[in-house]
Design a protein around this ligand. Structure first.
Ligand code: LHQ
Length: 267
C-alpha cells in the first residue's frame, strides 16, 4: 500500500484531494479508501478549510472497486471459502459515503476521466460535479453481477428519475459527460484543459461563501425530499431561525446594506 494514494494540496481555504493510483485508473483498494476517508476527516476538522475539491490523477477519476484487491478478487481455488464483499462495503464504503455526505463544508468533484462503479457513486455524492468533456460515467456494477452501491441506488433516481436511473444501472453503458449534464446527473462540462482551473475557481468561490448556510442547504434539500410540503416549510423556518442568529447572516445583510463585500466566517 502506497502512503500517497491520496495527494493533498491546500489552495487557500480549498483542500484538494487527488485520487492517486493512475496506473489502475484510481481503482479503490482498501488502502485508497482508508486514506480518502482519513483525508476527508482531516479536512472536516481543519477550521481553515472551507471547501473540498476531489479529482483524479492521470486519465481517470476512478474505475471503482479494484477488482484485483484480495478482499474482492474471486479465488481461483475451488476449495477456498467464498468472500463476503458486503464486509468491504460495511467497513470501508459506507463510512466513506457517510463522511462525504456529512462534510461540514461543500464538496466539489472535478471528474477528469472515466468514473465507473463506486467511482461514479463517489463523484455523484459530491455537492457539485464538474466534468471534463472527455469524462464519462459508467454504472459498471451490472456487468459483473452486482447492484449500484456506495449510495448509487439512492443517488441515481434522485438525480435523473427512475427511468433513466434504471436504464443506466441495468445496461451499464458509458454515459458521456455532455449527456450526463443534459440529464441533470452533473452540473457542468468544461473543455478538458480548463477543468482543473475551473473546478478550483468554483471551489474558491464556495470557500468565500457562508459555509454553514451552504451545508444547511444541502441537508435541507435532502430532508425535504423525505417530507410533505408543510413539514418542509416548517423545517426551513426552524433552520432559518438558527441561521438568522449567526454571524454570517448579520454580516451578509449588513454588508449588503453598507454596499461592501461581506466577510463570512461561520462553519
Ligand atoms: C482496473 C480496474 C478495476 C482493477 C481498470 N480494478 N484494475 C464494491 C465493493 C465490493 C465489491 C465490488 O464492487 C464494489 C463497487 C464497484 O465499484 S463494482 C465496479 C468495479 N469497476 C468495474 O467493474 C470497472 C472495471 N473497469 C473497466 O470497465 C474499464 O477499465 C474502464 C471502462 C473503467 C476503463 O476502460 P479503458 O479506458 O479501456 O482502460 P483499461 O480497461 O485498459 O484499464 C487500464 C488499466 O486499469 C488496466 O490495467 P493494465 O495493467 O492492463 O494496464 C486495468 O486492468 C486497470 N483497471 N479498472 N476496477
Amino acid at each position: 500500500m502506497s502512503e500517497h494514494e491520496i495527494q493533498i494540496e491546500q489552495h487557500g481555504a480549498v483542500r484538494l484531494l487527488r485520487l492517486n493510483r493512475p496506473e489502475a485508473l484510481n481503482a479503490f483498494t482498501t488502502g485508497l479508501l482508508g486514506q480518502l476517508r482519513q483525508a476527508l476527516e482531516a479536512a472536516a476538522e481543519d477550521g481553515a478549510t472551507r471547501c473540498v475539491l476531489i479529482t483524479g490523477a492521470g486519465r481517470a477519476f476512478s474505475a471503482g472497486q479494484d477488482l484485483s484487491d484480495p478482499h474482492v478478487a474471486p479465488s481461483r481455488d475451488p476449495g477456498a471459502a467464498p468472500k463476503d464483499i458486503g464486509h468491504l462495503l460495511e467497513h470501508f464504503y459506507i463510512p466513506l459515503a457517510l463522511r462525504l455526505r456529512s462534510m461540514p463544508v461543500p464538496v466539489v468533484a472535478a471528474v477528469n476521466g472515466v468514473a465507473a462503479g463506486a467511482g461514479a457513486s463517489l463523484a455523484l455524492g459530491c455537492d457539485l460535479v464538474l466534468a471534463g468533456e472527455s469524462a464519462s460515467f459508467i454504472q459498471a456494477f451490472s456487468k459483473i453481477g452486482l447492484i449500484p452501491d456506495c449510495g448509487g441506488t439512492w443517488l441515481l433516481p434522485r438525480l435523473v428519475g427512475r427511468a433513466k436511473a434504471l436504464e443506466m444501472a441495468l445496461l451499464g453503458d458509458k454515459l458521456k459527460a455532455a449527456e450526463a449534464a443534459a440529464l441533470g446527473l452533473i452540473s457542468r462540462v468544461l473543455p478538458d484543459a480548463e477543468l482543473q482551473d475551473a473546478a478550483l475557481a468554483l471551489a474558491q468561490k464556495l470557500a468565500g461563501m457562508p459555509t454553514r448556510a451552504l451545508v444547511q442547504t444541502r441537508i435541507a434539500i435532502d430532508e425535504a425530499m423525505k417530507l410533505d410540503f408543510e413539514p418542509a416549510l416548517k423545517r426551513e423556518a426552524a433552520v432559518q431561525s438558527q441561521l438568522g442568529f449567526a454571524h454570517d447572516y448579520l454580516e451578509g445583510a449588513a454588508a449588503f446594506l453598507d454596499k461592501r463585500k461581506p466577510e463570512f466566517k461561520d462553519r
